[in-house]
Design a protein around this ligand. Structure first.
Ligand code: UDP
Ligand code: MG
Length: 318
C-alpha cells in the first residue's frame, strides 16, 4: 500500500566532494529494500570544490536525484529550507552529506511515520570523533536554551530527522528569515518522538563548524527563541536601583551626622565603570534583537537558486 508514497531525502552539501558518491550509494541501497519511492534532493550550498559537478553527474544517471544549486554559500539552515521548499515527497528526511547520521536508520524512521508520528528526530547517544570540549559546550548550550525559551528544543538532537507532510507544510508557512531550524522543528510540534542512535565520525572531509560559527549559532538560537536577555536588563535595573537607594540613604545620613567626607574616589570609580559596562552590555543585547528585527523587515528571500536539475526542473531559475 506504500508503493505510491515517496520519501524525500534532503542533503545539504558544502564542499563535500569526498563523500557525495558514498552518500548516494548508501541512501539508494537502503531504498532498494523498502517499499517507498525515493526522491534524493542534494542542495549544493555554494561549494567551491567538485561537489556540484558530482551531483550533476548523479542526476543525469538517476532521475530520482533532484539537484538544487544555490547561488552562493547561504549556510546549512538556508540549504535545508531550500530542500523543504522544493521537495515533493510525502515525508522528508534530513541527512548530512558526511554520513555522520547513518542512512541505514531510515527504515526505523519510516516505521515511526507509519505509526502516525510526524516529527521524528534522531538523538545522539554517542558521538565519535568529536572533542570533549565540543560535546560539553553543546550540552551547556542546550540546557541554557531549554531554560530560556518557550519551546522545548531537544538536547542532543541534530538535524537528522523525518518530517511528515503536514509538518513540512507547517514549516513552509513560517516566514522568518533567520532560521534556527532545530528550534523551528520543535516549535511546529505535532506528534513528536525520538529515535536514539550512535553518531559516527565523519566519513571523510572536514567539519564546517568552528567555535566562532558555533558561538554565532548559539546566539541565533537564543535570540530567535527567547527574549529573556532583554528582560534581564529590567530585573538588573530594579536590583541596582534598590541597592543604590539604600546606599544613598547611608551616604546621606553619614553626611548629616558626621559631616561631608570627600574620600571615596576608588569606590566611585568602581561603581561608574561597573554600571558603564553593564549599560553597554545591555545596549549590545538590545542591538542583537534590533539587528534581527532589521533583517526580518528587509524580507529578503532565504536563498537564491542558480540551477535546478530534474523533478522536471521545477520552476526554472528565480
Ligand atoms: N553544510 C551546508 N552549508 C554550510 C555548512 C555545512 O550545507 O555552510 C552541510 C554540510 O555539507 C553537511 C552538513 O551541513 O552535510 C553538516 O555539516 P558538518 O558536517 O560540517 O557539521 P557537523 O557534523 O560537524 O556538525
Ligand atoms: Mg558532520
Amino acid at each position: 500500500m506504500n508503493e505510491n508514497r515517496k520519501i524525500s531525502v534532503l542533503i545539504p552539501c558544502f564542499n563535500e566532494e569526498e563523500v557525495i558518491e558514498e552518500c548516494y550509494r548508501r541512501v539508494t541501497t537502503v531504498f532498494a529494500d523498502i517499499n517507498y519511492h525515493l526522491e534524493l534532493v542534494f542542495i549544493n550550498d555554494g561549494s567551491s570544490d567538485r561537489t556540484a559537478e558530482l551531483i550533476g553527474e548523479l542526476c543525469m544517471q538517476d532521475k530520482r536525484v533532484l539537484f538544487v544549486d544555490l547561488s552562493r554559500n547561504f549556510g546549512k539552515e538556508a540549504a535545508m529550507s531550500a530542500g523543504i521548499d522544493l521537495m515533493t515527497g510525502d515525508a522528508a528526511l534530513i541527512l548530512d552529506a558526511d554520513l555522520q547520521d547513518p542512512p541505514e536508520l531510515i527504515p526505523e524512521f519510516i516505521k515511526m511515520l507509519e505509526q502516525g508520528y510526524d516529527n521524528i528526530y534522531g538523538v545522539r547517544t554517542e558521538r565519535e570523533g568529536e572533542s570533549w570540549i565540543k560535546l560539553k559546550t553543546a550540552e551547556i548550550f542546550y540546557s541554557v536554551l531549554k531554560k530560556m525559551s518557550f519551546v522545548d528544543i531537544p538536547q542532543n538532537a541534530g538535524d537528522f530527522r523525518m518530517l511528515s507532510k503536514r509538518t513540512i507544510e507547517a514549516i513552509r508557512k513560517l516566514p522568518e528569515r533567520q532560521r534556527f531550524m532545530k528550534g523551528l522543528f520543535a516549535w511546529v510540534g505535532f506528534n513528536t518522538v525520538a529515535i536514539e542512535y550512535k553518531r559516527d565520525a565523519r566519513s571523510a572531509g572536514e567539519t564546517k563548524w568552528n567555535y566562532w560559527t558555533l558561538w554565532n549559532f548559539a546566539i541565533e538560537g537564543i535570540t530567535s527563541f527567547s527574549t529573556l536577555p532583554l528582560r534581564l536588563a529590567s530585573y538588573l535595573g530594579i536590583i541596582i536601583s534598590f541597592v543604590s537607594f539604600v546606599y544613598a540613604l547611608i551616604v546621606f545620613s553619614q553626611a548629616l551626622f558626621f559631616g561631608v567626607d570627600v574620600a571615596g574616589y576608588p569606590s566611585q570609580m568602581v561603581v561608574m565603570l561597573f554600571l558603564g559596562g553593564l549599560q553597554l552590555l545591555f545596549l549590545g543585547i538590545i542591538g542583537e534583537y534590533l539587528g534581527r528585527v532589521f533583517n526580518e523587515t528587509k524580507d529578503r528571500p532565504l536563498y537564491m537558486t542558480k540551477k535546478i536539475i530534474n523533478q522536471s526542473d521545477v520552476a526554472e531559475l528565480n
